[in-house]
Structure formats: C-alpha cells, structure tokens
Ligand binder design. Structure first.
Ligand code: AMP
Length: 599
C-alpha cells in the first residue's frame, strides 16, 4: 500500500514526503482509511515507535475545517515531552498545508501564554490531562466544535493516575465526537474507559496483542544480585556502539547508577523526577543529540522521550508489570530499526522471564555475562575494525611520519599492533585482566567489597541501605555537589577527603561545604565557580587512594553539567567506556596510608 492510496490531500502527501515517509506503517495503513471514511470510534493497540502519531494525526489534519480557528481536535497524552513531540509532528506533517494551527498545552509552563494562544485561535489542541482540566475549569476553552478526541498512550495516562481527569475531559467534549484510543496494552482500566466513553469501537491490533515490536529481540543475563552493577558495566562494555537507556526502579537507584557510571568513565546521566524540569530538558536534549550515550532513567521520567535510534534498552531491575516491560522495550527497535531489550536478573528471578515470554509470546535468549577476556576481544576487534575502515586524512602526522617510522624501526608488525592497542585500550585491558567470571554458575569466589553490591539487589533497600544512601537534595546557595568514586568502605573520612582535594589541587585553597560519605562513594559541595577546575585537577593529577585512582565528577543533582564535547555523529564510535579513570584490578589492597600522588 502507498500513501497515495489512502485518500489524503496532495498538501499532506507533499508534507510527509518531505519527511521521508514512503510507505505507510501497518498501524497507519489500518487506521487512516477508517478515520477518513467513518465516524466510528477506534481502539488501536499499538506500541510506541510504530508510526501511530501519523496514523491519527494525518486524518485529523485532513478533516480540519481550516476556515475556522476553533478547536476541532483534542489529543491527550501523558507527558509534557510527548505533548510537545506530537505538536511538532503535527506541524511537520502540515508544512505544505497553510492555515493549520496546533497548540501544545502542558503543565509546568506559563498558563497565561497558553490561554493567549487559545484565544488567538487554534484547531488542534495537544494536551496533558492535568493542564487540560485546569483550562476547562477556568472555562477558557471552547470545546463545542471538537469532532475528534485522541487518547494517546492511554495505558500510561491511567498508570499515572489521570483517570479522573480523563473522565472530566471526556465528559466535556460533544457526545458526537469520534474517540480514538491508542494504547500499547489493554489493562482493565483502559477497557473501562473504552466501555464507558466509546460507542462500539472498532478494535485494531497492530501485531499480536502485547507482543512488543517485531524488531526487538529480548535477552537476559543472570548474575548474583550483588554483581548487578558489575554485570551492567560488562554489558555496556561488550557493546561498543551502544546508545541506550538503563531503566531503574527508583529515583534513588537511578541517581546512584548514573553517578557510578559517570565516575567510572561512561557517558551517562540520570533522568528522574527529583531533577528540575530544566535539568530534565537539558539531559534529554543531550541524549537526543547523541552527546550522551547512556540515559539512566525511571519509567515515568522516560515517558514521551522520542528517540528512534536506540540500540539497547537495559532493565537494570525488572519492572513489576508487563505493561512497563512492553513500554521499556518499545523504546528500541523503532521505525523499522533493530533493537535489543536486555534484562539483568538474579537467580530467583527466572520466573519473571518465563512469565514475560508467555505474555508477549516471544523467546528470551539467555546470554552469559561477558568475561574480561570476551570484552577485551570485542574491544580489540572493534579497534582493529576502526583502524581498517578509517577514512580520515593523516593531517599533521604526515609531517612527522618519517621520524616516527625511524623510531619504531625494528618492531615487527605484530609488536606494533600490540603496543598501539595496549596504549589505546590500556585501562580497559588492565581493569579486566584478572576479572572473575560473574555468571550465576561460575565457581565461588571471594567477595569484593569494592563493588557496589548494595544497589544490585533488585529488592527494596534495607533500612540500613537507606541510611547509607545519598539522596539528592537541595544545594547550599552558590554551591554544587561533586561525587568522588571512593567511600567509607575505602576508609575515607571527611578529613581524608579534604586531604585528597588538597593533593589534587595544590595551587588554590578550595572551600568545601557539606560532605556526605556513603559506602562506595562520597559527595561534597564546592562553589560553582571552582567546581570545574577541581574536576579537571583530579583528572590530571592521578591521585591514588586505597589502591585506585580517585576521580571526581558533578553529582546528578548539580546538573546540567557543562557540555561534554559532542560525538561527531551517530552513536559514540568507541562505546560507553571511555578508557578514562577506572577501577584498578581488585587485587589492590585496602588502606595504604594517606593520599599519594602518582608519578
Ligand atoms: P511514532 O510511533 O508516531 O512516535 O513514530 C515513530 C517514528 O517513525 C517517528 O520518528 C516518525 O517520524 C517515524 N515514522 C512514522 N511513520 C513513518 C513512515 N510511514 N515512514 C517512515 N517513518 C515513519
């Protein structure tokens, strides 16, 4: 089927051709003709990323009466991000159709501006339920001409507790309006809305119900609960081109895992509800633009994030229900691309995998947690491939190549490769040199207190964990919070932390504010003006503590961070692990006196 067969006007066809849409996706092929030809209500079971926005958006635009600037279509969706995205999409479909006015109304931004825009006149309103109810209560919106209502991601809206708001909105639009409900899953709450507010809806299922996208494969790794973080690192390290989201269950866990990854040298940042809207926008922007490789997120915060090229979704902890899993995995494998949904489970969670397999009718492939040797091999081959395929010019190297060649004369090709590879991947090779096998069936080994086992549990944190945990909190004015990769388990105390700061930054006297030392890492405040130079000083000065190189970065609640240099294009070429400061191999012993500066 072609778009030209669907009955859309030439202006819309021209608009979507400009966007590169050639053939309708299955949900578009099913939904568009129904909406164009009938007034029948529709319930469409469709995942995110299947092209459902155009499936409802194109017919809505086609059927607008453009001579009247009054609301004729209302699209409700769960989050501000999705709301803005849908409005942007509707505008981009109608670039060749003059006179279309779309307005996004959502919470967290100035309601007066939204009211003014409504008064100027719009035909399509895209709204989050809370803000919409607010506008209805103020009697500032005329819904008498609404002909179509879309409930997008209805299951998510209900999960987020918008049931009452949806009912209030649906009761205030004309009874004659055609209602379209899009949902990835069909829990009872959604069925109830459909029963109460829709007239014998046509049910369209794109793909098997709950089956998840066809382009997503499902994999899982089994490790001891205490090795969960270590397994995560290995999975990230084995996929050098990963560009993905790590899903955690709580805000606190999200923050901690992002901090760990960041301090361990990965391009990772958190996205959760304790961050301000501005911080969330900034993190999402960086992620969308590929300036960030790994987003560590809660389910709620990641809703509405529209990124098509994700290679992986990682379930650091399994979600409690099927619909959350479907939503998470549906973030990858979008727009026809392949994606992998990875779950890290511990021994007692096998049943969760069988339950999901039954529910979505797909086999989950069990993978062994990569060993140090597996990772080294993949990273070395990746390096070899990059060298083989390198197309850039040599630039200034040409001026000096003769001298270099003379210096390296006498080394065999093999020896040269070995040395270049060792230098390029030095820290990774060192880190994994004596790394144990952490698979569930691996022989017993000594526990390593250096690993952040605490977060690996999957269970709720114990009271003690809560006491030990560092919860994101408000900063002292003018200060930002830094995080250091050593904590009380490494013998660190506030006094010793200050000594480390003095060693790293000998030339200035930095004032340190509140200090919070938890097991595996430490948090401390410094003035915003001095923070970046201190982070740089730690990166340059190679201070050792307890047998590991100390590294310091901005803690999550002090972001947005200064931008890292962007990757040139596409997912980062060298993978998450940047071969930057890294844990030393675990045979290093504890408590070796005071801070030492490396030579
Ligand atoms: P959605 O499910 O509406 O969020 O769409 C997912 C992505 O697929 C968006 O980036 C759309 O721009 C893209 N898309 C939607 N329909 C098509 C199509 N027919 N051909 C190519 N890309 C599409």
């Amino acid at each position: 089927m072609k778009f030209t067969d669907l009955g859309l006007c030439s202006e819309l066809l021209e608009g979507i051709t400009k966007l590169g849409f050639e053939t309708p996706t299955p949900v578009q092929a099913e939904v568009i003709p129904v909406l164009l030809e009938s007034d029948r209500d529709v319930v469409a079971l469709a995942q995110t990323g299947t092209g459902k926005t155009a499936a409802f958006g194109l017919p809505i635009l086609e059927l607008l009466e453009l001579d009247y600037a009054v609301p004729q279509a209302l699209i409700l969706c769960p989050t501000r991000e999705l709301c803005m995205q849908i409005a942007r999409d509707m505008e981009s479909y109608s670039t060749c159709l003059p006179g279309v006015k779309v307005l996004a109304v959502y919470g967290g931004s100035d309601i007066r501006q939204q009211l003014m825009a409504l008064e100027r006149g719009v035909q399509v309103v895209v709204a989050t339920p809370g803000r919409m109810v607010d506008l209805i209560r103020r009697k500032r919106v005329d819904f008498s001409k609404i002909a179509r209502v879309v409930l997008d991601e209805a299951d998510e809206m209900l999960n987020m507790g918008f049931e009452e708001d949806l009912e209030a909105i649906l009761s205030s639009v004309p009874k004659t309006a055609q209602t379209l409900l899009f949902s990835a899953t069909m829990p009872t709450q959604v069925a109830k809305i459909s029963k109460n507010y829709m007239k014998t809806p046509l049910e369209i299922t794109c793909g098997t119900r709950n089956s998840g996208s066809e382009t997503v494969s499902h994999e899982y790794y089994v490790a001891h609960a205490k090795d969960r973080y270590r397994a995560l690192r290995r999975i990230v390290d084995i996929y050098p081109r990963m560009y993905g989201i790590v899903f955690c269950r709580t805000r606190m866990e999200t923050q901690q895992i992002a901090d760990h990854l960041s301090v361990d040298g990965y391009s990772a940042e958190p996205l959760h509800g304790d961050l301000s809207q501005q911080q969330r926008d900034s993190v999402m922007k960086k992620f969308r633009e590929h300036h960030l490789q790994i987003l560590v997120a809660t389910d709620v915060a990641a809703r509405g994030l529209d990124v098509n090229e994700l290679t992986h979704v990682i379930n650091y902890n399994m979600p409690d229900d099927l619909s959350a899993y479907t939503h998470r995995s549906g973030r990858t494998g979008r727009a026809g691309k392949e994606g992998i949904s990875v779950s890290i489970i511990h021994m007692r969670e096998h049943f969760k995998i069988s339950r999901l397999e039954k529910a979505i009718g797909k086999k989950f492939v069990k993978r062994a947690v990569p060993t140090g040797d597996d990772i080294s091999r993949v990273r070395l081959m990746n390096l070899a491939e990059r060298v083989r395929d390198y197309k850039g010019g040599a630039g200034l190297i040409d001026n000096h190549i003769g001298e270099m060649t003379a210096m390296l004369d006498g080394l065999s090709k093999e020896e040269l490769i070995k040395r270049f590879a060792s230098i390029e991947l030095h820290r990774m090779l060192l880190f994994y040199r004596d790394a144990p096998d952490i698979n569930e069936d691996a022989p017993q080994r000594q526990t390593d207190s250096r690993e952040p086992n605490r977060y690996a549990d999957g269970a709720r944190p114990s009271a003690r964990d809560k006491r030990d945990a560092h919860e994101p909190r408000k900063m002292t004015a003018g200060m930002v919070e830094l995080v250091m990769n050593v904590g009380s388990l490494n013998g660190l105390t506030p006094k010793k932390l200050m000594a480390l700061v003095n060693v790293a930054d000998r030339d200035s006297s930095i004032d340190i504010g509140r200090i919070n030392i938890v097991k595996m890492q430490s948090y401390f405040e410094v003035s915003r003006a001095e923070s970046q130079s201190l982070v740089d000083s730690f990166a340059k000065s190679h201070v050792d503590w307890d047998g590991r190189q100390v590294s310091v970065g901005l803690a999550g609640n002090s972001r947005p961070r200064p931008e890292r240099p962007p990757h040139r294009s596409g997912p980062p070429a060298t993978g998450g692990y940047q071969d930057r400061p890294y844990d030393k191999p675990r045979n290093a012993s504890r408590g070796q006196g005071g801070p030492k500066k490396r030579r």
